[in-house]
Design a protein around this ligand. Structure first.
Ligand SMILES: NC(=O)c1ccc[n+]([C@@H]2O[C@H](COP(=O)([O-])OP(=O)(O)OC[C@H]3O[C@@H](n4cnc5c(N)ncnc54)[C@H](O)[C@@H]3O)[C@@H](O)[C@H]2O)c1
Length: 445
């Protein structure tokens, strides 16, 4: 099929590349000229596993191309994915829908033949009806609308697009359903992915419900970390033991400094606001509690760092601060709890030097207020305490880091706020290890 992807950010760029991999001819439309130029050169504008490979495979052949010109896409494609951003409004009261309404309003009058518009952006309940009105007002007859929310995980965006757990399509006509079946035919043909066809309002709620559940699971295990810290128990063992029950599971059960990124924080806030508007009081109370637990995680991490340096305050304490991305696998630092922790440590008088394997460029650009080190060795050099703030595998289990870092730091104190190392490896190399909701581990005298 000939398709367009309008908005080529963290969702749209991997989606466009994955659609080319499925065999479609794809045009990506990106308003930001710098992002568009990088994509045209066959590279990803951010770190995302597998994205560069697909861009290098398909951009030179012309099967995948990028433009800033919406008219080119309108003329070329029979199906248009809308993958623009839905940031939180400045006052926090729901999404700023300008990009979605703006993109559809601009596209609709350019369409000259029947086609399908497929919304992928995360939107709040009631949005599809408004987009439908824009199409009815501005487009020729025969333009169908589908809402097809996206569930990909950043860091696995390409893989998740090509191998989704399910495909949800909120449709209002048989033609719209046919278009979705056609564009995803190579995936659906494998027979192991369910296509869940529903009316648009249900598709909207499915996406918000999925993100709310994921955030709830993270806050649940983080609340248990708080319990374990007070009870002298070990939350990692609790997470493992309860997760063995298949009704609970292990996924998303790693205690830490809470969720962040470009999705969960804003989606929870926007959904809660909408639920409040429609009077879903129990759901509002639940999601407010989830958000409250999440906010408290950075406070808990600051206290742990203070504990690690002996309770004498953080003024002047030199910190090797490992991690800037909001989670491993991405260079995205939007709402990164790692950088929020770094900010709070600076506020308390400490001197964190931040190093991240993939997010240095983004972090420097968006948060120039921090001190950065290009290399891990530079970050560790002379540190009074090492804080592990993003769960990159190169900082985690089965690395040489405990022994190599021990040689350059001033003191062997590790505060792992992502619960991602095996403390025994570090204790063997002479470190004392603090983790949220776990007993402190020190070398035996
Ligand atoms: N990032 C994720 O992992 C993820 C996962 C699932 C769903 N989503 C949802 O996908 C949507 C996009 O998120 P994102 O993280 O990719 O945001 P993003 O900010 O990274 O990307 C949005 C892109 O759209 C471009 N854009 C805006 N208006 C445009 C227009 N009229 N024409 C062409 N380009 C335009 C922007 O320049 C930007 O590059 C959001 O609704 C988000 O909630 C994101």
């Amino acid at each position: 099929m000939r398709i367009s992807v309008i908005g080529c950010g963290h969702l749209g760029a991997p989606h466009a590349a994955a659609m080319a991999e499925l065999g479609h001819e794809v045009i990506g439309v990106e308003l930001n000229p710098a992002t568009c130029r990088v994509l045209q050169s066959g590279r990803g504008p951010f770190f995302e596993k597998g994205l560069d490979d697909l861009l290098q495979k398909y951009v030179p052949t012309g099967r995948l191309r990028f433009t800033g010109d919406l008219m080119e896409a309108a003329e070329f494609a029979d199906l248009h994915f809308i993958a623009v951003g839905t940031p939180l409004r400045e006052d926090g009261r729901g999404y700023d829908m300008e990009q979605v309404f703006g993109a559809v309003s601009a596209l609709a009058p350019l369409l000259t033949r029947p086609c399908t518009i497929v919304g992928k952006s995360t939107v709040t309940v009631g949005t599809v009806a408004r987009v439908q009105e824009i199409i009815a007002d501005r487009a020729v007859d025969g333009v169908d609308l589908v809402w097809n929310p996206e569930f990909l995980r950043e860091g696995h965006a390409v893989e998740d697009t090509l191998h989704p757990d399910r495909i949800v399509a909120g449709v209002s006509s048989a033609e719209a359903q046919k278009a979705i079946e056609a564009v995803y035919a190579p995936i659906l043909g494998r027979g192991d992915v369910e296509l869940i066809v529903t009316e648009p309002a249900t598709a909207e709620v499915i996406k918000s419900a999925a993100n709310s559940f994921l955030a709830t699971k993270i806050s649940f295990i983080n609340a248990m970390a708080e319990v374990c810290a007070l009870a002298g128990a070990d939350v990692k063992t609790v997470a493992h033991a309860i997760g063995v029950d298949h009704r609970i599971g292990h996924a998303g059960m790693r205690p830490g400094i809470g969720y962040g990124g470009g999705c969960l924080p804003k989606d929870l806030r926007a959904f809660t606001h909408r639920l409040d508007e429609i009077g879903a009081t129990n759901a509002v109370a639940l999601l407010q509690a989830v958000e409250g637990v999440n906010r408290g995680r950075v406070d808990a991490a600051v206290e742990l760092v203070k504990e690690a340096v002996g309770g004498s305050g953080l003024a002047g304490v030199r910190i090797a601060f490992l991690g800037a991305a909001f989670k491993a696998g991405t260079s995205d630092v939007r709402n990164s709890p790692a950088l929020e922790l770094a900010r709070r440590l600076v506020q308390a008088g400490a001197r964190p030097v931040v190093h991240d394997p993939e997010a240095m460029e983004t972090a420097r650009r968006l948060h120039p207020e921090h001190t950065y080190a290009d290399t891990l060795a530079e970050a560790l050099d002379g540190a009074d305490v090492t804080v592990l703030a993003t769960e990159w595998p190169q900082f985690g289990e089965d690395t040489e880091l405990p022994a190599s870092a021990a040689r350059t730091v001033a003191a062997r104190r590790l505060v792992d706020v992502r619960t991602c190392v095996d403390p025994r490896d570090w204790v063997t190399a002479g470190w004392t290890v603090w983790q949220l909701g776990r007993p402190v581990r020190s070398p035996q005298p």
